[in-house]
Design a protein around this ligand. Sequence first.
Ligand code: F0G
Length: 385
Amino acid sequence: EPLRFSGIWRFHELIPFASPDLVVTVGEGQTLLQQTDSVGSYVGMKPGRLHLQYEGMNPSGSFKDNGMSAAFTHARAIGARRAACASTGNTSASLAMYCAATKLMKAIIFIGSGKISYGKLSQALDYGALTVQIAGDFDDAMARVQEVSRDLGICLVNSVNPFRLEGQKSVMFRVLEALRWEVPDWIVVPGGNLGNSSAFGKAFAELKSLGLVDRVPRLAVINAAGADTLYELFERRGLRWNGGHANMEIAHHYYNELDQLGRKANTIASAIEINRPVNLRKCLRALEFMDGVVRQVSDQEMLDAKAKIAAGGFGCEPASAASVAGARLLRDQGVISPDDRVVCILTGHQLKDPTATVAYHTTDQDKFNEVLGSRGVKRASFANR
Ligand code: F0G
């Protein structure tokens, strides 16, 4: 049975929108949960308590394949011929790969000018997707692609597409499976467009109502400090999901402020350089259900955490390291305690964004300045190795 080879569809009973014979799979979701004490001690955990979920091991190198497989399954069911997304790079790489591998649809990709790492851009081009650079950043590209796909009847596969989130629930299923269905205390995940956090909340709500788990982990969503909308709204302005209602006026008011100040998202973690997360409401609901918290971490904290993760054996891209940097902050603040069982989600592969990594480790001052100097980041401390 081919579904056995997909880390998503071997859980098809828990993703029941598609009948198994319609499933589109390229063998995604063969990922790994690894316990690591070197990163654990960096975070401040007791031995055996920190786990990393390596979603960069997916075929296109990021967690996006979990959702794209499900979006393609749905698109095939409705006979869609064209799919579009706006992307900071990983969604587009995944879309382009599924198009090339399955020939089910043609890919149209919108990227904000200059805001994409070459590792990711090279994937979209190599897989043959129509790749359009638009003036503006990711938030502008997202707004444009929603208009265009609505007007032209193109299937939109950003995480506003609810079928994407159905597939992304499987990250939690695999984490639980690796922990022999012992529920961890914390799930820590980077927050960009807030698709993962929303999907994780839905996964646990369903598992709980099915009686497959008896309790739910707490959720920590970690923003980059330069793209901290969720942190601002949830922790500073008190925006909450409250019994089926969230006062989105608070969010709209904040977005107007951003516009007036001309403030754009800005972080070395280009994957999560997003100011207007499309899944904000769903994420608020997940935070409510999972008794969640939101934190922000600096570029420096992400890059330092990223180097520690790689020194532990497998690497990740800068945005992914927000989870470990965030866990460290929460441990520091006493929110996470040293013997909690913590799972940090590493969303993308180490090779996605080599420019940031090389700049961080280089001894060449000019190279360093070119990429990181203006961000006030200090380079990797070789003395620590
Ligand atoms: N980590 C990585 C590596 C990502 O590529 C993204 C999002 C996120 C985290 C944030 O995930 O939306 O679930 O909060 N990348 C999107 C893209 C925006 O276009 O590839 P989220």
